[in-house]
Design a binder for this molecule. Structure first.
Ligand SMILES: CC(C)(COP(=O)(O)OP(=O)(O)OC[C@H]1O[C@@H](n2cnc3c(N)ncnc32)[C@H](O)[C@@H]1OP(=O)(O)O)[C@@H](O)C(=O)NCCC(=O)NCCS
Length: 190
C-alpha cells in the first residue's frame, strides 16, 4: 500500500492490484507488453538526468514472441488475467539473463517487480542454471539498489564475461553510457 499526501493534507491511499499471478506470456500479448514497457518508462521522468529514457525505444514485439516461444517471458497478471508487468529473459550458456523487466506506471510499487524477479530466480535454480545476470543503471533507486536488495552483486570490470562485456559495449554505443551502467549477477547454483 502506498500513501500519498495531497495538498489538502488528507491522506490518499492507493491500493495495489489484487489476485496477481505470475505466468508465461502468450504470443498474442506481445504488443501489450511493448505498451507496458512504454508506460513503465514514465518512472524515469522523476529523475531529470534520465528523463529522456521515458520516450526511449522498447523491446520489440518480435523479441517478446521469440522469448515467449523459448518459455522465458513471464507476466504478472491481475485477477482478470490482464498483464500488468513482464520479465523477459533468455538462457545463455549456464546463465539466465534478464533482458527487460517492466511494470506499468500505475502498478509500480506494489511488489510486482520483486515477484517477477523472484520468479526468474526460482526458474533458473529449478533448471540447474548457475546464475541470473542483468545490466542496469547504477544509481536509479528501482534499478541497481533494488537488485542488490534481492541478492544481486555488481560485477567489477575484471569479472565481466565476454558476453556481458560485449553487451555493455553495445549499450554504450546505443547511448547508455558505461559510466552510468553496471552488470550484476546472482548465483543460484548449488
Ligand atoms: C523496476 C520495476 C520493474 C520494478 O517494478 P515494481 O512493481 O515497481 O517493483 P516493486 O514494487 O517490487 O518495487 C521495486 C523496488 O523499487 C523501489 N522503488 C520503486 N519505486 C521507487 C522510487 N520512486 N523511489 C525509490 N525506490 C523505488 C521499491 O522500494 C522496491 O524496493 P524494495 O522491494 O526493496 O522496497 C519498475 O519500477 C519499472 O518498470 N521501472 C521502469 C523500467 C525499469 O527501470 N526497468 C528495469 C530496467 S533494468
Amino acid at each position: 500500500m502506498v500513501t500519498q499526501l495531497p495538498l489538502d493534507g488528507a491522506p490518499l491511499v492507493k491500493n495495489g492490484p489484487t489476485g496477481v499471478t505470475t505466468r508465461l506470456a502468450r504470443d498474442d500479448e506481445a504488443e501489450t507488453l511493448c505498451q507496458i514497457e512504454r508506460s513503465a518508462a514514465q518512472a524515469f521522468r522523476l529523475i531529470e538526468a534520465f528523463s529522456w529514457l521515458s520516450v526511449g525505444d522498447v523491446q520489440s514485439a518480435e523479441t517478446h514472441r521469440r522469448l515467449t516461444a523459448a518459455g522465458t517471458n513471464w507476466v504478472a497478471a491481475d485477477d482478470g488475467d490482464r498483464p500488468l508487468g513482464f520479465l523477459s529473459a533468455e538462457i545463455v550458456g549456464s546463465d539466465l539473463h534478464i533482458c527487460e523487466v517492466s511494470v506499468g506506471h500505475l502498478h509500480q510499487g506494489f511488489g510486482l517487480g520483486r515477484r517477477l524477479i523472484e520468479h526468474a530466480i526460482e526458474y533458473a535454480a529449478a533448471r540447474g542454471l548457475e546464475a541470473v545476470t542483468l545490466t542496469t543503471f547504477r544509481t536509479i533507486p528501482w534499478n541497481c539498489p533494488f537488485y542488490e536488495r534481492l541478492g544481486f552483486r555488481i560485477l567489477e570490470d575484471g569479472e565481466l564475461s565476454p558476453r556481458l562485456l560485449e553487451l555493455m559495449d553495445r549499450e554504450d554505443a546505443d547511448g547508455l553510457s558505461r559510466d552510468t551502467r553496471c552488470a550484476m549477477r546472482l548465483d543460484v547454483g548449488a
